[in-house]
Design a protein around this ligand. Sequence first.
Ligand code: AP5
Ligand code: ZN
Length: 217
Amino acid sequence: ANLVLLGPPGAGKGTQARMLQDRFGLVQLSTGDLLRAAVAAGTEAGQRAKAVMERGDLVSDEIVIAILRDRLGQDDCAAGVIFDGFPRTTVQAEALDALMAEMGQSITAAISLDVDDDAMVARVSGRFTCAGCGEGYHDSFKKPEADGVCDKCGSTEMTRRADDNAETVGQRLRAYHAQTAPLIAYYDARDVLARVDAMAEIETVADGLNRIVAQAA
Ligand code: AP5
Ligand code: ZN
């Protein structure tokens, strides 16, 4: 299966993609993670993306599609991919359809994680991530069992993202509504759209996604 997860910042795309990866053996492919890695490595694309990401705007389609194409060409992706945070514009969605067709594949399901904007600032502001294994946490909604120690890998090094402040989250939400929300209709027109209430608890949202993916597989 190849899945697209749609939803605004804080909807739970990364959280759910990691759970689906473990459960179904699919590969999580997050353009946000790939871009942050490019910024950290100081590549040309990363240098161009850095300020755009700090403002909460979308990085150019050209850069994102090039990074995505590289990653999708790696062998592990043949098992099936969860696209997390991609596509985000109609141009990206069309490019993804073309890339999938070249590989003899298609998008099995595009799942919209439906949430209220108001709750997203709290979700994003409380977020932190394990530097050792990438597991995501939250100050109120998903604390590690032992304070400051990753449940999965035992690392005590946690990081917070530069764009996870109230001001930037506002701009990221605006970008979502203007440029990404139209993709809900794009995938509905292709008969692959599913919707999940992502205001529910993490495990409840995961149950809904598991049912959709099991049916689609
Ligand atoms: P990206 O990294 O994709 O960030 P985003 O879309 O803003 O999404 P987030 O990672 O903030 O949220 P999420 O939905 O993954 O939520 P999470 O699971 O962490 O993009 C960052 C930037 O990169 C963009 O602004 C843009 O500049 C650029 N970019 C990336 N892709 C691009 C593209 N394709 N084109 C152009 N530019 C691109 O959950 C959030 C928190 O809530 C966590 O702490 C979690 O524990 C908690 N949580 C999750 N689910 C629940 C729940 N059900 N109840 C309570 N808490 C929950
Ligand atoms: Zn960890």
